[in-house]
Design a protein around this ligand. Structure first.
Ligand code: PEP
Ligand code: MG
Length: 758
């Protein structure tokens, strides 16, 4: 049975249209179950009918001709209850109803299963048979399995159909489709979908013996050179965002083509007599297949890079890659997986949005999108790529949604929001250089989170009071090897100097989870509960020591460094890390540097650290709450999984209770406590966090002015009142409503949709 199911899924996946997919389903299910009839009814949301969409065994002329209400027939019964119905004599059931001309009369046994996708009833799958008999438990289980497995595919095929059809729907009708993913960069982008330049196809190159090996080798080398110069151009386009240091990303990318890597393998095949195109395609496809089979997601993603580079080189070999692509003035880049090179190819002034099927909020694309400030939604699993180019898209980077061919009403709503955003941006600009304070003049320190060079620039422009979290791993992610001590020292020096004399909090390398280094893959079945953050660096003191030495040296003469330890779950981790830091400090001093010992802080990101906040606060220099991970671990909800995104509630009362305990513990020991997760930059949450007693809120630079504006609408007393209102609430929804009301009362509604808390 498993084999039947596997084949069916494969066939349905390959189907060109919803009709084809449904036809395959009814034919294959009928054959596998040896029944007389198999039928699919699909739920038409506009008419609220279960429409007869495909059959094997009943009158196929009726397909599309009628629909049943939820109170009609056995199909309606299954749909209403969303549970299977197994009858030996269908006509004896009180809700049995004959549809004229359908040809159901000879069939007595009936088995129906609902088709449900993400709590949404898509339709009903039915098998029928002449015999008077109850279907066996195995048969019932099989039909339920088929229906559960097919639900996602049907949803996908339906969506593709909606998108195709809505291209021609009249202006006044309901149209368009909505897709969900993970918000990777906030903001709204409205534009036309475009793929990056169409490339040659590695799959279609035949193997052929070359007539002139030298000429083939020369052609290959020339093609390589052209691709290198294209990618270098792309890297230059991104210079402003990345800064020279982090452009190493493209070096990593290009190194795939080096003689010591795949380039060498291709050359060897050419020398052995294969023509250049054939050699290239064979080597690339072999490596793509190899990477695609890898368990680890980071390595699987490398297949995308290899394919991208391979097709670029092939394009030059085939002379097909030369034409300039004319990107629409407002381009939304769409792809299965966006590569950094694709991102740099669209002229910056034309790029308004990014949508990808794969990728998480921490993928390279997401990091780049955020550095560039382009609204982005990633991980849109249902993205029907083939249908998208030239369609109009709305990218809602606040809520992780994408709208295809939006209905005119929806479009004008988003155009309105975009215009509001732009007006707001202008209105808030003067706030950049003003300090953050409540309406009665109490200062609130707002700090920034940084990762790449552009973030530091923006931090200065927006008047940050310090850096609350410098994610050092971003620079590690953009390279093909660990950066040397000197490379790190330069990077850190830049950060420390840019904000001097304000404090800069540097987090030691935080990899693992969904952040894997290309050159240090970690293969685990449950990476978020695995080798992450401080666990990795304590196991690899050589990595930790190099990094800390670089930080201490960079701090010479500036003295604004703070060191922060990620993912701490036990006091021993803090003690061991401090010992290593002290060792580095004395080494660096003995090398002649005059380096002060910086404060050492602990991130509170896991439940164990919440319960241990007292001892940690006593022994550490400061605490910083990583609310992104803390929410994930307290609520047991994967922060990067779109399917459970609704359950990821940073304003859940359990999270708020944990925050209160952490603040109490820190203040009890006279230590400062900041919060540096996304929650800090959420306009809905910020007043509450200040009221709770956080000493600093650290956020993305782009949120600073918004948060300044929101906080300036509350007096200290009003903040205390807000805290008293929220404290007894028992659900995230209640907390959100209370906060919404507080903002609404102060005319701050416009900021609410920026919130990402619930
Ligand atoms: C967090 O977990 O809240 C945090 C700030 O760290 P990161 O998002 O980098 O895991
Ligand atoms: Mg974290």
């Amino acid at each position: 049975m498993l084999e039947v199911l596997r084949r069916l899924i494969q066939d349905v996946n390959a189907a060109d249209s919803l009709e084809d997919a449904l036809a395959l389903i009814v034919a294959q299910v009928r054959a596998a179950m040896r029944t007389d009839v198999c039928t699919v009814y699909l739920h038409d949301k506009a008419t609220q009918k279960l429409v007869f969409r495909a059959t094997e065994g009943l009158n196929s002329e009726k397909v599309g001709q009628f629909g049943l209400g939820f109170d009609e027939g056995l199909v309606g019964w299954v749909a209403t209850r969303e549970e299977p119905l197994n009858l030996d004599d269908a006509s004896a059931h009180p809700q049995f109803q004959l549809v004229e001309g359908l040809g159901e009369e000879p069939f007595n046994a009936f088995l129906g299963a609902p088709i449900v996708h993400q709590r949404d009833l898509l339709g009903v799958l039915v098998v029928q048979q002449g015999d008077h008999r109850r279907f066996s438990e195995d048969e019932e289980a099989f039909l339920i399995t088929v229906s559960a497995q097919l639900a996602g595919l049907i949803a996908h095929a339906e969506l593709a159909g909606v998108i195709r059809e809505s291209a021609t729907v009249p202006e006044d009708s309901e149209g368009g489709a909505r897709l969900s993913g993970v918000a990777a960069c906030s903001g709204i982008g409205i534009g036309i979908a475009a793929w990056v330049s169409p490339h040659a196809d590695l799959q279609t190159v035949p193997s052929r013996e070359s007539s002139d090996r030298r000429a083939e080798l020369k052609a290959f080398r020339e093609a390589l050179a052209s691709v290198r110069s294209d990618i270098q151009q792309v890297a230059e386009n991104l210079e402003e965002e990345l800064g020279p240091e982090d452009r190493a990303l493209f070096g990593v990318y290009l190194s795939i083509l080096d003689d010591s890597a795949l380039g060498g393998e291709v050359a060897a095949l050419i020398k052995a007599g294969e023509w250049a195109q054939g050699a290239l395609s064979q080597v690339m496809l072999r490596h793509i297949r190899h990477f695609e089979r890898m368990e680890h997601s980071y390595l699987r993603e490398r297949a995308v890079d290899v394919r991208d580079l391979g097709t670029r080189v092939l394009g030059y070999l085939q002379d097909a890659n030369r034409q300039e692509v004319d990107y629409p003035d407002a381009t939304v880049l769409v792809a299965e997986e966006l590569t950094a090179s694709a991102l740099g190819e669209v002229p910056r002034e034309k790029l308004v949005g990014i949508v990808s099927m794969r990728g998480s909020a921490n993928s390279h694309t997401a990091i780049l999108a955020r550095a560039m400030g382009i609204p982005a939604v990633v991980g849109v699993e249902d993205l029907p790529l083939k249908q998208l180019p030239d369609r109009q898209l709305v990218v809602d980077g606040y809520n992780g949604r994408v709208y295809v061919n939006p209905h005119p009403d929806l479009l004008s709503r988003f155009e309105g929001l975009l215009a509001e955003d732009e007006a707001l941006f202008e209105e808030l600009a003067p706030l950049a250089q003003q300090p953050a304070a409540t309406s009665d003049g109490h200062a609130v320190p707002l700090w920034v989170n940084t990762g790449v060079a552009a973030d530091v620039q923006r931090a200065r422009e927006f008047g940050a009071g310090g850096v609350g979290l410098y994610r050092t791993e971003v620079s590690f992610l953009l390279r093909d090897r660990f950066p040397s001590e000197e490379e790190q020292r330069q990077l850190y020096r830049e950060q420390l100097e840019a904000l001097h004399p304000s404090p800069v909090t540097m987090r030691t390398l935080d990899i693992g989870g969904d952040k894997a280094l290309p050159y240090f893959p970690i293969e685990e079945s449950n990476p978020f509960l695995g080798w992450r953050g401080i666990r990795v660096t304590l196991d690899h003191p050589e990595i930790f020591l190099t990094q800390v030495r670089a930080m201490l040296k960079a701090n010479e003469g500036l003295d604004n460094l703070r060191i922060l330890l990620p993912m701490v779950t036990a006091i021993d981790e803090l003690r061991s890390a401090r010992e290593l830091i002290l060792r580095c400090h004395s080494e660096v001093m003995s090398e002649g540097f005059s380096a002060a010992l910086p404060p050492i802080g602990v991130m509170i990101e896991v439940p164990a650290a919440v319960y241990l906040a007292g001892p940690l606060a006593e022994e550490a220099g400061f605490l910083s709450v990583g609310s992104n991970d803390l929410t994930q671990y307290l609520l047991a909800v994967d922060r990067g999984n779109a399917r459970v995104a609704d359950l990821y509630q940073a304003l859940h009362p359990a999270v708020l209770a944990a925050l209160r305990d952490i603040i109490d513990a820190a203040h009890h020991h006279d230590k400062s406590v900041s919060i540096c997760g996304e929650l800090a930059g959420d306009p809905r949450a910020a007043p509450l966090l200040v009221a709770m007693g956080f000493d600093q809120l650290s956020m993305n630079a782009g949120s600073l002015s918004v948060i300044k504006r929101v906080l300036s609408a509350f007096s200290r007393d009003e903040l205390s009142q807000l805290l008293a209102i929220v404290r007894p609430l028992r659900s995230a929804q209640e907390v959100v409503s209370a906060l919404d009301q507080a903002l609404g009362d102060r005319g701050l509604d416009i900021f609410l949709r920026r919130g990402s808390a619930v």
